[in-house]
Design a binder for this molecule. Structure first.
Ligand SMILES: C[S@@+](CC[C@H](N)C(=O)[O-])C[C@H]1O[C@@H](n2cnc3c(N)ncnc32)[C@H](O)[C@@H]1O
Length: 284
């Protein structure tokens, strides 16, 4: 009887995150993942982690901190990052970049035989598949013959798994032109579940891997022709942004293209890049 009452309390009680616990947790997230969570976001962190604490049947953030900070396998840390990071993304988000690729950049790869693209911070895969559609369309429209592959990396395993599956609610593709929808998405036969799946042809061109941008390692030994790193640097402070940009530039081929999110820039960072258009750069 007592046990039942306790479980009830555990399921329905809002667990408070004390300021001291917040400081410890945010410092830990910053040191290990470069994600800066200011005190103004305390309530957000507190509410995003409620469900996880309840799943683990914990009664306080003190107990949660013990697990996160002391565990060796990092499994809980991965789950925590899934909850605290913002995964907002979309097909053809910031379309100007995809227009730039089709109209100006891809023509430079006509004579090459293998185009390598890295989509760092790929979230649930929409950006990877938009790149795939853009390249496929370019190849078809220009009767080109080059091979290509796209690597999508993210810190969130939950998002990576969505990308691997390539299944999305149908409403997510409502703004894509019908001709592209028909070519690159398959509708589910189940009318009760309005979802679409990216075609196998496109999925086969994509590989997804977990990779933390602030660590010093790389997800592969490949050098890339195009790197997308959009809408993730905003979460980091300037020194971390610089470190990430320099790291990505090392894997970008000379003449290769580099793209940032609409509110990000390389101002004040001594990167080997020249600006071609808004948030669009080329390695020098
Ligand atoms: C707002 S989404 C942007 C997705 C996509 N690039 C776009 O512009 O639509 C940010 C993504 O960055 C990922 N992320 C956050 N910190 C990261 C890190 N340290 N390393 C790699 N990915 C990270 C998050 O998991 C999330 O999926």
């Amino acid at each position: 009887m007592i046990k039942q009452a306790n479980n009830y309390a555990n399921l329905h009680t809002f667990i408070k995150l004390k300021d001291s616990e917040f400081r410890k947790l945010s410092l830990f997230i910053y040191k290990n993942y470069g994600i800066n969570i200011p005190i103004t976001k305390k309530t957000l962190l507190e509410s995003r982690l409620q469900k996880r604490l309840k799943e683990l049947q914990l009664r306080s953030f003190k107990d949660y901190l013990k697990i996160v900070i002391n565990e060796e396998e990092n499994k809980e840390i991965v789950k925590m990052i899934d909850r605290v990071s913002t995964n907002k993304t979309d097909f053809f988000r910031e379309k100007a970049h995809f227009d730039f690729l089709s109209e100006k950049a891809l023509v430079n790869f006509l004579l090459k035989d293998d185009l390598k693209i890295w989509c760092a911070a790929s979230s649930s895969g929409e950006e990877v598949y938009t790149l795939g559609i853009t390249v496929e369309e370019f190849i078809k429209n220009n009767k080109a013959n080059f091979n290509y592959s796209i690597l999508g990396t993210d810190i969130s395993t939950e998002m990576l798994n969505k990308g691997i599956l390539g299944i999305y609610d149908e409403e997510r593709i409502q703004n894509i032109p019908l001709s592209l929808k028909r070519k690159y998405f398959l509708k589910s036969k189940d009318k009760a579940k309005p979802v679409v799946r990216v075609t196998k042809e496109l999925r086969d061109k994509a590989t997804f891997k977990r990779h933390n941008l602030i660590e010093n390692n790389y997800p592969t030994t490949t050098d890339f022709d195009i790197i997308f790193c959009r809408n993730v640097l905003i979460y980091f402070d300037k020194p971390t942004q610089e470190k990430i940009i320099m790291k990505l530039c090392k894997r970008l081929k000379k003449g290769g293209y580099f793209f940032l999110g609409h509110s990000e820039s390389i101002i004040g960072i001594n990167a080997p890049l020249r600006q071609l258009a808004h948030t669009t750069y080329q390695k020098i």
